[in-house]
Design a protein around this ligand. Structure first.
Ligand SMILES: Nc1nc2c(c(=O)[nH]1)N[C@H]1C(S)=C(S)[C@@H](COP(=O)(O)OP(=O)(O)OC[C@H]3O[C@@H](n4cnc5c(N)ncnc54)[C@H](O)[C@@H]3O)O[C@H]1N2
Ligand code: MOO
Length: 611
């Protein structure tokens, strides 16, 4: 094994693996089979949803101008239930009973919920509070306008996306197939625990042998919902060149896109993969990485006959922790890229150390830790002894802390980046604070469909769709911030003043919502905002990097956001497609990024962010 001085950095190791991982050619597949695949083409809504004006409440559809006085008697002329074919027309002084989701009759311009009405004799009502035009009506296409891009190429298909595809009537999609992954363990001492128990007797290990932990672990990791490879179990092979060659050939014969071997890559006299067997099959791209645990990680590309995809061989160290860490940090991103993911890298979060941690003097270290979100700040707690043979250090680990190489210790309270390796949903449910602590002032402004040349229009009182859109953005902002553990002071309006005026007025997050989803704001619009905001926009690249680090980039959390710009350390501008269903995610991402920035910049003390 070469000296550590010749080792490549971890970021180079990931970059080279991603450069050699090629997305599998997309195929048409049934939506029913598409769960956890990555879309290869945008999905466009062929028709609007709802396809008719739909009631938001159980109540009465009527003309708002007929119900301005509580003593007005309004005649009920029929009913319109969800699924009704024949709907009466509502004339002056008339109302029609409607159920939630039922079509709003022609002639009516508002729905009054049943609780706000009183009977006025047989088949007549009084309306207790004057309604507004458009109240409790979803106009045609309110949720999804015809022609809207409901899902974009590069997005992962989960359960909600299956629902969206069903809503727009898609029964098949163009998506990337999953890569084929072969897994083999090596080592004379490595024993299959299942084989030991097969004769019905107590499992007994032969002297000086250990049970295979790596292969079952990696086969399970390959089934993870965000990865879902077609996994091929190649078993265990002995520390000798012929069985190692046979394993590589079996993977090639099976058409594997990737082969994971574990063990036999360090400096021992039987570490045959590290020395020569790999070089017989392909080009060894690297064999030593400056990181802990996993230094001997080796990547080989095996070129096959013309038109055939190359196979990547990831030779992971045999130590189970080293195998797990290198799988998460290097192999999984490469597999995600093969599966078509536009953002295959592991997601990183800014976290705070719950206790001091010693640093490794020679190598940057990926320290296993659990997370706790109690105080609205993500606190990391070490899983204990980090020797790379101790798989218990990965037990319940949520993250790999990215610790720098160095002398001494990192003090408790230090902020570090953490790569997420586990589903965090359960923790959010268990540990989120009951009451939001921080408070963020958000202003949501609606931009006109056209004329983003400085001319801004306030939605008029008759512009029902615009008003509803604004209300929806504001509700999304409130909900999104609450989900992020923050309280929101949300106000809305037309964009009739420059963005700087709203920041001067105390807004911390300014959301510019595009009214017409078909109109895409160019970079120039964001640039205009930058000019308007002058020299306060100094940290734009820092924000972009920070957003990426927390996974709040344009394509993951905010597919429709055209740009986001840090204004200073405590405020943020977002430009959104108001018709997209991503508003909440965008605003939430903004709030998290703000909190992270405020803490990391030292502008505020942790725990008092945005108070
Ligand atoms: N002289 C040197 N020795 C070592 C170096 C070095 O630079 N110079 N590097 C060390 C580092 S760092 C690591 S990591 C390991 C990697 O070793 P190998 O990848 O060659 O793996 P093995 O030697 O085959 O096994 C290491 C260890 O892990 C156990 N093991 C192997 N496979 C499995 C499995 N499938 N399930 C559970 N446990 C497994 C094996 O019994 C060994 O204890 O090398 C250091 N040495
Ligand atoms: O890099 Mo090895 O994985 O320290 O033990």
């Amino acid at each position: 094994m070469a000296d550590l001085a010749t080792a490549i950095t971890m970021s180079d190791a990931i970059r080279i693996a991603l450069e050699h991982a090629v997305a599998l050619d997309p195929v048409e597949m049934l939506v029913d089979d598409s769960l956890n695949h990555v879309l290869a083409a945008d999905v466009i809504a062929p028709d609007p949803h709802p396809p008719f004006r739909a009631s938001i409440k159980d109540g009465y559809a009527l003309r708002a101008c007929d119900a301005l006085r509580a003593d007005a008697r309004i005649e009920v002329v029929g009913d319109s239930r969800a699924g009704t074919r024949a709907v009466p027309i509502v004339g002056p002084g008339q109302a029609c009973y409607v159920t939630t989701g039922g079509p709003v009759p022609d002639g009516a311009d508002a729905v009054v919920e049943v609780e706000r009405t009183a009977e006025a004799g047989r088949r007549a009502i009084h309306v207790l509070r004057a309604p507004k035009v458009g109240q409790d009506i979803r106009p045609v296409g309110f949720d999804i306008p015809a022609g809207a891009t409901v899902l974009a190429a590069g997005e992962l298909i989960g359960a909600p996306e299956i629902g969206i595809l069903a809503t727009v009537g898609a029964t098949s999609v163009r998506a990337h197939p999953k890569p084929r992954l072969a897994v083999v363990s090596t080592g004379d001492e490595v024993t299959d625990a299942r084989a030991l128990g097969a004769d019905g007797g107590a499992p007994r290990l032969a002297p000086n042998c250990i049970r295979d932990a790596v292969r079952p672990m990696l086969l399970a990791a390959a089934r993870d919902e965000r990865l879902v490879c077609h996994a091929l179990d190649l078993g265990i092979c002995m520390d000798a060149a012929p069985p190692l060659r046979a394993a590589i050939e079996a993977a090639l014969d099976a058409g594997a896109d990737a082969l994971i071997t574990s063990g036999a890559v360090s400096a021992g006299d039987r570490d045959l993969l590290g020395s020569h067997v790999l070089a017989e099959y392909g080009e060894v791209l690297y064999a030593l990485v400056r990181m802990k645990p996993g230094k001997p990680l080796t990547l080989t590309v095996v070129h096959r006959a013309a038109k055939k995809r190359p196979m990547l061989i990831f030779s992971l160290p045999g130590n189970p922790v080293s195998a797990y860490a290198t799988f998460q940090l290097v192999v999984a991103p490469a597999l995600r890229k093969m599966g078509g993911s536009a953002e295959p890298r592991g997601r990183a979060l800014p976290v705070q150390l719950g206790a001091s941690i010693p640093l490794d003097a020679e190598r940057p270290e990926y320290h296993r830790a659990t997370l706790d979100a109690n105080a609205g700040v993500l606190m990391a707690h070490s899983t204990g002894g980090q020797i790379s043979s101790r798989l218990l250090s990965c037990r319940q680990a949520d993250v790999l802390l990215e610790l720098p190489q160095g002398p001494g210790v990192l003090a408790a309270g230090t902020h570090v980046s953490a790569i997420v390796v586990r589903d965090l949903r359960a923790h959010v449910a268990q540990r989120a604070p009951a009451e939001p602590r921080g408070r963020v002032r958000v202003r949501v402004l609606l931009l006109p469909a056209h004329g983003s040349d400085g001319e801004h229009a306030r939605p008029g009182p008759d512009d029902v769709a615009a008003r509803l859109l604004l209300e929806r953005c504001a509700a999304a902002a409130t909900g999104g911030l609450r989900a992020a553990g923050l309280a929101a002071d949300v106000s809305t309006g037309g964009a009739d003043e420059g963005a700087h005026a709203h920041f001067a007025d105390g807004a911390q997050v300014l959301v510019l919502a595009l009214r017409d989803p078909a109109v895409r704001l160019g970079d120039s619009t964001v640039d205009e905002a930058r000019v308007a905001l002058g020299d306060r926009l100094t940290a734009v690249p820092a924000l972009a990097a920070s957003m990426r680090r927390i996974g709040a980039s344009r394509t993951s959390a905010a597919p429709s956001a055209h740009d986001a710009a840090i204004v200073d350390r405590r405020s943020m501008l977002l430009v959104l497609d108001a018709a997209a269903e991503t508003v909440a995610a965008c605003v939430r991402a903004a709030a998290i990024a703000l909190a992270a920035l405020a803490v990391t910049s030292g502008a505020v003390t942790p725990g008092t962010v945005m108070q």
